[in-house]
Design a protein. Structure first.
Length: 614
């Protein structure tokens, strides 16, 4: 009897099941084993991402005007991003972190040339922040990762992570018709797209290597092709003090142009006689060997070093001229004049959003309609003309940390640094008191082979210096200017007088004052805090140690194209030794006077603070 088709299928299926059942293992298969080396590498990569991710910031322009990325660098909310990310937002933006929270953020300072900006997230004082790496040790082939907000995809407040290698280091990207110059930057094949700008690039340990900025895209569609660039964290470190000053900051130039010779040497092709490099002996045809401790062999090397330095820094430089090597210190100039920089920066900013056209009143007449306006119309027109423009409203916490002023991203932070400076300055001498000008009397002897006694008296309208048999006396500001201009040992008097008056008067009464940022002292790190104030034709700078806040140098310029009178202050090595034990007066690199301090008396005048003679 023939089996039906369905019955045949059932028997075949049953036989197949019996067959598979007979060969099926009694236990599930053992898990796949990964080589321990690969497993360790994978675990390390995951740990590095987990370590880095909390410090990554997603930046949004309020009102839907775009955004980008950033990275926290301190627990009190200071973060770095790109200038071209912050500029559309202005002074206020919204930022999210991987913790799922959104924070208000205020602009601090901007570097429109280096495409950097500093912002501050508000709302807490324990933000997760990135550990800064030494990007100078980075090499092509090193693993790296980029965390950010490409195409503003982090709508769920979770940033995007991409992984790759450093494709190159020490790259230079020309401004290409804009202000943005990328010097000595990092190149990576980790995926970077619009929205990653301003975000962090980390090494394989989760330490911050740099700030993502540019990427090379296809001409159409803006598709990433694996060539992205980041501003090195070494450059960012140089500018942190400048950015925290709240200013619009500029980059440095040597005041000379260079060319690459056939043997890869760098020779000077032109130089400004007003530059400090010229005063230090650099001439046409000289070969530059090192700048700021870095060897240079091509013109590109020179620009790569200078492009990472702020204007007005004083750095070490070595050059060779006619076979003679010179190691010296050079004060760097600004690439732009102040008004020029602000003008170029304004041109680089996006246009303001369009405003709705105001509706015309029904009875408003066009000019020349032959009718005279009535008194009520004239009153309305007058009120409209005299009406002050409405001030843009920001959240209260933003308003508390926002002071707008020309030449600054946010003057509030400069005022805060000025307060820190004067508070530390007044605590350096016993008996110091605000608004009361003291009299300083200093005694000591020179450090020459045959010491000579030194006596200095500094009081309002009367300053005197006696070194051995030499006597100098000054009463007016014109006298002080001349002492510096002639580069005599009497140049110590205007320096000490400025120090004395600033400690009593403070920045607001002394003259036009501002916190510049941080810079080397005699070309050496750590970077010192620098305060600047003008007093008539004189410009004064105070350089203080970043930890002790003690003044280590005071400089007074009578002419920006001449060497200042520079006073170096040597103190005791122990923590209690705030009193200066030695003073050195220099003009350029030449010492004019050096003496040990045996006594420094501060006597408060009975009369209230008054202006010095002029």
């Amino acid at each position: 009897m023939k089996l039906t088709l369905c019955r045949r299928f059932a028997l075949a299926f049953a036989a197949t099941c019996v067959c598979f059942a007979s060969i099926a293992p009694a236990q599930p298969p053992a898990p796949l084993k990964i080589d321990p080396i690969l497993q360790a590498a994978e675990d390390a990569r995951i740990a590095a991402i987990d370590r880095a991710r909390p410090s990554a910031v997603s930046v949004y322009v309020p009102g839907g005007g775009g955004g980008g990325s950033g990275v926290l660098i301190s627990p009190d909310g200071f973060a770095l991003t790109n200038f071209h990310v912050s500029s559309p937002a202005g002074v206020y933006m919204r930022c999210s972190l991987a913790d799922g929270n959104v924070y208000d953020a205020v602009l601090v300072g901007i570097d429109p040339v280096g495409d950097l900006a500093m912002i501050r997230l508000l709302g807490r004082d324990d933000f997760p922040f990135a550990r800064l790496a030494d990007s100078r040790r980075a090499q092509a082939g090193d693993w790296c990762m980029v965390i950010g907000n490409p195409f503003l995809l982090a709508s769920n407040l979770q940033p995007t992570v991409t992984w790759g290698i450093l494709s190159g280091v020490g790259r230079y990207q020309y401004p290409s018709g804009t202000l943005l110059e990328y010097a000595d930057c990092l190149q990576t094949d980790a995926s970077i797209n619009p929205g990653n700008s301003g975000g962090p690039i980390y090494n394989d340990q989760g330490d911050l290597l740099g700030i993502v900025g540019r990427a090379s895209f296809e001409k159409r569609g803006r598709v990433n092709v694996g060539v992205g660039y980041a501003i090195s964290i070494h450059q960012a470190k140089n500018f942190l003090g400048y950015l925290r000053s709240g200013r619009v900051v500029d980059h440095a130039t040597l005041g000379a142009t260079v060319t690459t010779e056939e043997n890869n040497g760098v020779s000077v092709s032109n130089i400004l006689e007003s530059s400090d490099a010229y005063r230090r002996g650099l001439r046409y045809g000289a070969e530059i060997l090192e700048i700021d401790g870095r060897s240079v062999q091509t013109a590109n090397d020179v620009q790569n070093v200078l492009g990472t330095l702020p204007s007005q820094w004083r750095v070490k430089m070595s050059f060779r001229d006619q076979g003679v090597r010179t190691d010296t210190l050079v004060r760097l100039r600004s690439v732009h004049r102040k008004d020029e920089l602000l003008q170029k920066m304004s041109a680089a900013l996006p246009p303001p959003p369009p405003r709705e056209q105001e509706k015309k009143e029904e009875d408003e007449k066009e000019p020349g309609d032959g009718k005279l306006p009535n008194l009520e119309d004239l009153k309305k027109l007058k009120d409209k003309i005299l009406q002050k423009p409405k001030k843009k409203k920001y959240p209260k916490e933003i308003e508390k940390q926002l002071v707008l002023r020309e030449g600054y991203g946010n003057y509030h932070f400069n005022l805060a640094e000025q307060d820190h400076f004067i508070a530390a300055l007044r605590g350096q001498f016993p008996g110091g008191k605000a608004d009361v000008l003291p009299t300083w009397h200093i005694e000591g002897e020179t450090t020459e082979a045959t010491p000579r006694p030194v006596s200095i008296q500094i009081e309002s309208g009367n300053m005197a210096l006696k070194v051995g048999d030499e006597v100098f006396g000054y009463k007016t500001k014109a006298d002080l200017y001349e002492a510096i201009d002639r580069e005599t040992i009497a140049g110590i008097l205007p320096v000490l007088d400025a120090w004395r008056r600033m400690s009593a008067q403070g920045p607001k009464k002394f003259g036009e004052s501002y916190y510049l940022g941080t810079m080397p002292l005699l070309g050496e790190r750590p970077l010192r805090d620098c305060m600047i104030a003008t007093d008539g034709e004189l410009e004064v700078r105070w350089l203080s140690h970043p930890k002790t806040h003690l003044v280590e140098a005071v400089e007074v310029f009578a002419d920006r194209d001449r060497d200042p009178a520079e006073l170096l202050v040597v103190r005791k090595s122990d923590e209690k030794g705030q009193q200066p034990i030695e003073l050195k007066l220099l003009f350029g690199t030449q010492a004019k006077l050096s003496f040990t301090v045996s006594s420094w008396e501060t006597k408060l005048n009975q009369s209230p603070n008054r202006e010095d003679a002029s």
